[in-house]
Design a protein around this ligand. Sequence first.
Ligand code: SF4
Ligand code: SF4
Length: 272
Amino acid sequence: MPASKTPDSAGLQNSLDRFIDNDRGNKLPNGEQIFNHPLIGFASAEDPIFGEFRNEAVIGPLFRPPCSWFSEAVTVISYFLPFSEYIRRSNYDNLQTSQEWLHGRFLGEKFNQAVSRFLVSELENSGGKAVVPALEPEYCADYQAFSSNWSERHIAYAAGLGSFGLSRGLITEKGLAGRFGSIITDLRFKASPRKAGNPFQNCPFFADKSCGVCIDRCPSGAIQAHGKDKSACNRYTRIEDHLREMRLRYGYEHSVCGKCQVNVPCEDCIPG
Ligand code: SF4
Ligand code: SF4
């Protein structure tokens, strides 16, 4: 049975904004802010779109719908944490990934997990229960097939936060440079409308072949007019020289790039 209390979505947004403003985890080592205020969207856990995600052409059969993560699922909450201008601008050139972007990606993901836990506690304070699939032990990704049993960008699409771009990021009204997260709860929130008329509406390339800036931004050639080659992108970020430098300079075991997310028209808004 769903919990009896119906929470206030505006109250949840306000609490999260305050958390973003005040939590020290949202800072780089030099004190600069990692993320700006987030967007939040809601989808019914019974929305048929979650069944469609299991199609090979979308995510694939590995995807698990909300009720398989949490049997009392009523609502799926998705949020987008947009990177601050400081982080975004640091990665504008065509050289190696900036130090600020790297910290934003890795320290930012740690903070993203703190955001999920904070939202769980807010939902529990409202009388509900909540599960974060990305933090569950069963969460898994298949890096050969580039598929996973829970996809934050697809969940964000379901929750009305935006639509996909040629670079395969999700273009929200605050752009695509940032991190996504999601929570499943037994509390009932009103579903957000999916304003995009189709899964690619916010990217002008799909309407009339205009833009395409991310094609030229990509140092590996992974983004082409016909789409994105995820293995080429993956190979580029795993070049041994990059990994060695990540380990030696910053202590990270992984590398990232992110050039297609910044200095592009969809960086921090919907182009148009
Ligand atoms: S840079 Fe242009 S073509 Fe590429 S995803 Fe963004 S809006 Fe679409
Ligand atoms: S992350 Fe880098 S290599 Fe991968 S698609 Fe974007 S620009 Fe290309």
